[in-house]
Design a protein around this ligand. Structure first.
Ligand code: PEP
Ligand code: MG
Length: 326
């Protein structure tokens, strides 16, 4: 299988009916970045910066952060990396940072909430990213945005750090893009407000599905009961795709959904063309893309989303389609 997938790496990632699908890696440390060469992925759609913090025994200093980000950019070369700001809390425990025990850590003091509340931490990380990117384009992603206001606050911190570096005569990124993660359901109802302010958006399906279904992503006893591509969830995801299109912004799926064939199929069927996943999934998803006639699936999924599917699940619908192909 490996040799088979390796042979696909230089083929353009385009469906049989001509839709280009951008495949990206989820990553978090530099160890797996050289795999970009093996998979032929376009870049890193999600770099989880909290991993450096999770494996450390104390807060990584500015210079250590700069080193990690520079090395990552170095290895990726021309391929873009989307660096996500610290997403600590919830299932991502950093013992030396948690100061309170919380009843509901997934819905607690975490991620950008913590970042905005402890601006020293956020400033340091943003400074490290700007310093690492010197002279090159930089993409930064804000996790767990609940309200547009938080995104605006984060952008303010970024602008201040940019100004500070400029005044100090340092080299700054040649271009900076700031994106928002859509993973808290409230933001689904503020898409027309967040879109004009964000340079791009990414959907975090792991959290989005957890919060939409009120089912803990880390607890299979409940999370397994709710199909992430069932109609209600797929409708939610489509809201983001449609809003991004209206506002002419790029939207990437960076939750685990994107790396699973049936789920990836559902996402492409609702118009998602940028999928970020674990490196090992690139080969299988690329193969799926290359053998895909997207149009007919788009039509049947669109019909199911608007008028319902008569008790047939999206998964069954897609399964039937896949079986017909084989
Ligand atoms: C997500 O929530 O889907 C996501 C991509 O981020 P994480 O899994 O790191 O929370
Ligand atoms: Mg998340």
């Amino acid at each position: 299988r490996r040799a088979h997938y390796a042979a696909l790496k230089n083929k353009p990632s385009v469906t049989r009916d001509g839709v280009e699908i951008t495949l990206l890696h989820n990553s978090g440390l530099v160890a797996d970045l050289p795999m970009l060469e093996d998979t032929g992925a376009t870049g890193v759609g999600l770099f989880r910066t909290e991993l450096q913090f999770m494996i450390a025994s104390k807060l990584p200093r500015l210079q250590e952060q700069v080193e990690l980000y520079s090395e990552a950019l170095e290895i990726a070369g021309e391929r873009p990396i989307v660096f996500r700001l610290l997403d600590i809390g919830g299932d991502k425990v950093v013992p030396y940072l948690r100061s309170m025990a919380e009843e509901n850590p997934a819905m607690g003091y975490r991620s950008i909430r913590l970042g905005l509340d402890r601006p020293g931490l956020l400033r340091t990380q943003i400074r490290a990213l700007l310093m690492a990117a010197q002279g090159r384009p930089l993409k930064i992603l804000v996790p767990m945005v609940t309200e547009t206001f938080e995104f605006r606050q984060t952008r303010l911190v970024v602008s201040k750090e940019m100004d500070r570096l400029r005044r100090a005569g340092e080299l700054v990124p040649s271009r900076l893009e700031l994106g928002a993660m859509v993973e808290v359901p409230s933001l689904l109802f503020e898409l027309d407000q967040i879109m004009p302010e964000a340079d791009f958006v990414s959907i975090g399906s792991n959290d989005l599905v957890q919060f939409l279904t009120a089912a803990d992503r880390a607890n299979p006893r409940v999370s397994k009961s709710y199909d992430p591509i069932a109609l209600p969830r797929l409708r939610a995801i489509r809201l983001v795709v449609d809003a991004a299109r209206r506002h002419n912004k790029s939207v990437t799926m960076c939750g685990e959904l994107a790396g699973r064939p049936m789920e990836a199929l559902a996402l492409m069927a609702i118009g998602m063309t940028r999928l970020s996943m674990g490196p090992a999934s690139i080969g299988p998803i690329k193969e799926l893309v290359l053998n895909l006639d997207l149009k007919p699936i788009q039509e049947s999924v669109a019909a199911a989303l608007s008028v319902g599917s008569d008790g047939v699940t999206i998964r069954e619908l897609l399964r039937e389609w896949v079986d017909r192909q084989n």
